[in-house]
Design a protein around this ligand. Structure first.
Ligand SMILES: [Zn+2]
Length: 160
């Protein structure tokens, strides 16, 4: 017996709704298939790669750890930019250290960071870090003292 969801013209949308956590009842009503059919399709036919991407086994359905870390990092970066534009050099430096720590954690979580000594090298050559570091130091240009301090924390020449 063929699956009403697999053969459905909107199969991609059905799959997306399942992955997004919409209830089988709601999906069934929306696409004109039975909730039972949606449930069966979910357990038997939905690509493990697709479900694995968004809902890793054992997760509580929240977004995966690396994404949450990335968002945390973006948040720290935004705070950093604010601190810099407000002229809060010390706060900006603390945020830089925070971001550096977060990048290390992201590196560990994504497996790009296995070992402390290797990690330092990886981090310093990671394009995201190099780009961020360069942007951050440039942003400090109006506060030469903070720029020098940040550059030494980041192991950079000022103005680089
Ligand atoms: Zn199916």
């Amino acid at each position: 017996m063929s699956c009403n969801c697999c053969t459905h013209p909107d199969r991609d949308d059905i799959d997306a709704a399942i992955v997004a956590g919409e209830s089988v009842r709601s999906i069934g009503a929306r696409f004109g298939v039975s909730p039972w059919s949606v449930s069966r399709h979910h357990t038997r036919h939905l690509s493990p790669a697709l479900t694995g991407t968004l809902l890793p086994p054992g997760s509580d359905g929240r977004e995966p750890f690396p994404e949450r870390l990335e968002r945390l990092y973006a948040l720290a970066e935004a705070m950093y930019v604010e601190a810099v534009s407000a002229g809060h050099g010390a706060q900006a430096l603390n945020l830089l250290k925070e971001m550096r720590g977060q990048l290390e954690t992201i590196g560990r979580a994504t497996g790009q960071y296995d070992d402390r000594s290797v990690a330092v090298l990886n981090l310093h050559t990671a394009p995201e870090w190099i780009e961020t570091r360069t942007r951050l130091v440039r942003a400090l240009a109006p506060w030469p003292e903070a720029q020098v301090a940040a550059s030494s924390v980041l192991e950079l020449e000022a103005g680089q």
